[in-house]
Ligand binder design. Structure first.
Ligand code: FES
Length: 197
């Protein structure tokens, strides 16, 4: 039977509209459940932890991930790079990281949980530029003949070693920040969280 403008037809239209709205509500309930399993872009920007697979990060390599809108570097340091760290303590502004720029579990010579893996926020502590990696050693680095590898901030010339420690007499006042992080396995790091829920 075709519908015209009678009262019955008006009621039927209302029922159809209500049922359709009910269907939409059902979908709307399901979506947040699925979405809650992955951090949304908004949640990530607000600080949700980020899981990173480092299984393909070879010795001497570096990767960058985003956490809270900041670049976070993960560097797999070689034995030679690790060996260079204690040799330059006297050239650094805060070699022991006494200024509390890192969690307690990274307060050591390598500023890391595992000696070879550095996790650091890649933002210069002077005015917030992003330093560039200078892993080449010596004069080839373009920094200094005895350069052991590290990072160079192109904005005002601050230099950092391979543990993110700032050199003396540079504009940057502090070492690079070490974010809260923890391992979920040999090759998985969570950045932004440092205790198991
Ligand atoms: S912002 Fe890095 S030295 Fe100024």
């Amino acid at each position: 039977m075709s519908c015209d403008d009678t009262v019955d037809c008006g009621r039927r239209r209302l029922l159809v509209a209500t049922a359709a709205a009910g269907g939409v509500a059902g979908v709307a309930v399901a979506v947040p459940f699925v979405a809650s399993m992955l951090p949304s872009e908004r949640a990530k920007a607000a600080g949700a932890p980020v899981e990173v697979d480092i299984s393909k990060l070879g010795p001497g390599q570096m990767m960058t991930v985003e956490w809270r809108g900041k670049p976070v570097w993960i560097i797999n340091r070689t034995k030679e790079q690790l060996d260079s760290l204690p040799k330059i303590d006297d050239q650094l502004a805060d070699p022991k990281s006494d200024k509390n720029m890192q969690p307690e579990y990274a307060k050591n010579e390598t500023r890391s949980i595992k000696p070879e893996i550095l996790v650091a926020v890649g933002i210069c502590t002077h005015l917030g530029c992003s330093p560039t990696e200078k892993f080449k050693t010596g004069a080839d680095s373009g920094i200094a003949p005895d350069w052991p590898g590290g990072f160079f901030c192109p904005c005002h010339g601050s230099t950092f070693d391979l543990a993110g420690r700032v050199y003396k007499s540079k504009p940057a006042p502090d070492n690079l920040e070490i974010p809260p992080h923890m391992y979920l396995g040999d090759a998985k790091i969570v950045i932004g969280e440092d205790k198991k829920a």
